[in-house]
Write a protein of this length. Structure first.
Length: 399
């Protein structure tokens, strides 16, 4: 398979623009998956790479709050970054508004499919140039499919549709002029009465939905001998780390309760500690450092360092994650179990997971567990957290 490069752009790329849709919230993934690290490059950057190698221009549609802070590159290709809308269709329309009239073929590609190749882009483009109003790549379904109301559906009649999807520019503009919502641009084109042509997709062109999909994608890149990425090496590995932290409640009534980077402004007393005593951030930090073989949180951020008094533990986690990557390991995810009676975590769980995930650069999940009256935690003397983290070798030297 050919991943291609912008420096060796194929002839079919002329007058082609690609809209890379990367505006999702990543609710099922646990974080914005388009920014997750995939062997040294973000998921969205990898999708931009193949789009740039197959097009004259790329429009990347990002969440509005990160448009100004996200750095992307597209070698030998015009790159435009715009803010997306409330729905996928709104985001595609935002991208369409930036496509020049000189374009004759426009592609729409999901950023969450970073393993699409120049080959499949070429098949889609060629089909549009041969007269199709709309083109989708698709692959046969291997699994047995059963209807939820009973009965097996003949999988020979089914195909799994992928991206990039390709269209004549005028056709896609007409399809979106109705401002209707759709999760698939080809469906809007079909609703106009146009036939959509199916071309051969690619088995590895899967959409990243769960954290485990990221691991599978990294493995495919590692083992693709025709990719510019390194081939299989003895450094390829996954490692699991465990982290633990516990802090007693503070007697200082003015000390805030901070958990997962979120301040709880109820009647809960704060936790005592040298930094902000965020047991969740500390446990995650300990877990990723241990997974990468880099010691523990105390060796990197000692409680004897005056400069760390009152430190923001989310920033300590961010620094630890950077050290882990420098050592040749990419965090994949972390999961935390927090043992406490109060405060209630559920109302603030999404905020905590978002802050932790942003600092780690990978999904972090948080669960609250009650101590059931057992031991010091059951006597409401403090809060403890256990964390488990997975890291994946990026092929760099691990010492």
């Amino acid at each position: 398979m050919s991943h291609g490069s912008a420096a060796s752009k194929p002839d079919f790329a002329k007058f082609v623009w690609t809209i890379v849709v990367a505006g999702g919230s990543g609710l099922r993934f646990g974080a914005r998956k388009q920014f997750a690290d995939l062997r040294g490059r973000s998921v969205v950057q990898r999708s931009v790479d193949v789009a740039a190698a197959s097009s004259e221009g790329v429009v990347v549609v990002l969440p509005a709050d990160v448009v100004d802070s996200t750095n992307l590159e597209a070698e030998n290709c015009e790159l435009v970054v715009v803010a997306g809308g409330a729905t996928r269709a709104d985001s595609v329309r935002a991208g369409l508004s930036k496509i020049p009239v000189s374009c004759d073929v426009v592609l729409v590609h999901d950023a969450a499919r970073p393993l699409a190749t120049v080959d499949v882009f070429g098949r889609v483009i060629d089909a549009v140039r041969n007269g199709a109003h709309g083109v989708v790549p698709a692959i046969p379904i291997a699994d047995t499919i059963r209807h939820k109301d009973g009965g097996v559906i003949d999988r020979n009649d089914l195909l799994a549709v992928q991206t990039p999807q390709g269209f004549a520019l005028a056709t896609l503009r007409e399809a979106h002029a109705s401002n209707l919502d759709a999760t698939d641009d080809a469906k809007l084109v079909e609703d106009l009465g146009h036939e959509v042509v199916v071309v051969e997709g690619e088995a590895q062109n899967n959409k990243l939905t769960e954290p485990t999909d990221l691991i599978a994608a990294a493995s495919i890149i590692e083992n693709d001998m025709t990719s510019p990425e390194p081939g299989p090496s003895q450094n390829t590995a996954m490692r699991v780390g465990q982290g633990f932290d516990i802090h007693p409640f503070s007697t200082d009534e003015d000390r805030p309760m901070i958990l997962g980077g979120v301040t709880f402004a109820d009647d809960s007393p704060g936790l005592a500690g040298h930094s902000d005593a965020d047991v969740i951030a500390h446990a995650v930090t300990d877990a990723i450092l241990g997974a990468a073989g880099l010691g523990d949180i105390g060796s990197h951020f000692p409680d004897t360092d005056p400069a760390l008094a009152g430190a923001d533990s989310i920033e300590l986690l961010r620094a630890a994650a950077a050290s882990v990557r420098e050592a040749g390991w990419n965090p994949v995810n972390a999961d935390c179990s927090v043992v406490l009676d109060a405060p209630k975590l559920a109302p603030r769980r999404d905020e905590m997971q978002a802050r932790l995930s942003d600092a780690l650069g990978a999904p972090v999940t948080v669960k609250g567990k009650r101590p059931e009256g057992i031991g010091s935690l059951g006597r409401h003397e403090g809060i403890a957290c256990w964390a488990t983290a997975l890291v994946l070798s990026n092929g760099a030297s691990n010492g």
